[in-house]
Design a protein around this ligand. Structure first.
Ligand code: UD1
Ligand code: UDP
Length: 363
């Protein structure tokens, strides 16, 4: 049995095509499917941070939800570990598949490794080289514990080799987040989203949730000031991640007639909104990749990115808070030129991962 451990919003988007491909082995010309078990840690639990993705992305209902909820890093990671240890001992999975870089990912990898259960890491080898990011800590450790490492971007192989990972375990398979994007491309109805939220023809989508941007009220207030200056140029629609809701609201984010704050959007409405935007202001990892494919200018309010291919091949630019308004002004007047799609971001990452996993389990 294969156990998939999911917990946070980006995990759902990455896991959907992998689970679908593993469920579909016969249609891919293979043998009988391996049994799968979907374990939701409960790291994200609001309907709009979790359930909506299961509904929209055709994910199977979780077989179990560990219901750990929020907490400090140690409290949350420990709660996931304790619950997962029990689960893995009871169910003895042959392989545990983990996704991305969230606390659920490291908790699962650590528990599985100690129980001598092989771990497969989807989205291995990305590095921001910024150890102040909790995700960077998680990524490095998960990769050390993994038996199969699936990478989305060629430079990740070099990062893993430099950290002493046996490259024989590394498989460059493309990007499952882009599988999800491409398989839903006909569902994104920008006009409907625009009408639903009263958006004008030209608008900007903003998302912010990194601790470095939204935890400190002073930093958040500085960003709100810039967002208001941007809203003088073009309307902003911002589906607000629960992490930043309080601080950003208290900093007066809503106090501008051209800023529309929304609850987090479901995947289909969110991508529809992004697709129709003149630019995106974000600190999300996934959104840097999605805008690369959609060709929408992306201004990432971070000093670094673990996804440099979105800059070399995509529409992404790193910006400081101070440089944000000028960068938006520029994005509003520039035309996005011809771009090269990152290698293997072709919608087939799920089946590639499934084949490697099946070979491993069959053998
Ligand atoms: C987590 C990941 C981050 C990822 C993000 C995706 C870690 C360390 N961080 O950050 O890498 O980019 O998810 O969205 O794993 N909350 C709710 N409802 C929810 C979930 C969270 O209100 O359904 C609030 C709680 O106040 C919670 C806070 O958001 O304390 C932060 O949640 P948490 O899961 O700890 O981290 P994220 O900031 O969501
Ligand atoms: N997303 C969404 N609704 C929103 C904001 C984001 O569906 O309101 C999607 C987004 O398209 C991407 C994923 O959530 O597929 C990324 O999640 P997030 O930005 O929370 O995490 P990160 O990628 O930064 O870890």
């Amino acid at each position: 049995m294969i156990a998939h451990v999911l917990g946070a919003r980006p995990n759902f988007v990455k896991a959907a095509p992998v689970i679908a491909a593993l469920s579909d082995r016969r249609r891919r010309g293979g043998g009988p499917e391996h049994e799968q078990r979907v374990i939701h840690t409960g790291q994200h639990y609001d309907e709009r941070m979790s359930e909506v993705f299961f509904r929209e992305l055709g994910l199977p209902e979780p077989d179990v939800n560990l219901g750990v909820g929020s907490g400090s890093h140690a409290a949350q990671t420990a709660a996931i570990m304790i619950a997962l240890e029990k689960e893995f001992i009871e169910r003895s999975p042959e392989l545990v598949i983990v996704y991305g870089d969230v606390n659920s990912t490291i908790a699962a990898a650590l528990v599985a490794a100690k129980l001598h259960i092989p771990v497969a890491h989807v989205e291995a080898g990305l590095r921001s080289f910024d150890m102040t990011m909790p995700e960077e800590v998680n990524r490095r450790l998960v990769d050390q514990l993994s038996d199969l490492l699936f990478v989305t971007s060629p430079e990740a192989i070099g990062h893993l080799a430099a950290e002493g990972v046996d490259v024989g375990r590394v498989h460059f398979v493309g990007n499952p987040m882009i599988d999800t994007l491409l398989s839903h491309i006909d569902s994104f109805d920008t006009e409907a989203v625009r009408a639903a939220h009263g958006l004008p023809a030209r608008y900007i989508v903003a998302t912010l949730h990194r601790p470095a941007n939204v935890d400190d009220p002073e930093v958040a207030a500085g960003l709100v000031k810039r967002l208001h200056e941007i809203a003088d140029l073009a309307d902003i629609v911002m589906p607000v991640h629960p992490r930043g809701r309080k601080v950003l609201t208290e900093a007066g984010l809503d106090d501008h007639p051209r800023v529309t704050l929304l609850e987090p959007l479901g995947y289909v409405d969110f991508i529809a909104a992004v697709r129709g935007a003149v630019a995106v202001v974000t600190d999300s990892g996934g959104v840097q990749e999605e805008t690369t494919i959609l060709g929408v200018p992306c201004l990432t309010v971070r000093p670094n990115t673990e996804r440099p291919i979105t800059i070399t091949h995509g529409t992404n630019r790193l910006v400081t808070a101070e440089g944000l308004v000028a960068a938006v002004e520029q994005a509003l007047v520039s035309v996005t030129g011809e771009r090269e799609v990152p290698p293997l971001w072709d919608g087939m990452a799920g089946p590639r991962i499934a084949r490697v996993v099946e070979e491993r389990l069959d053998g």
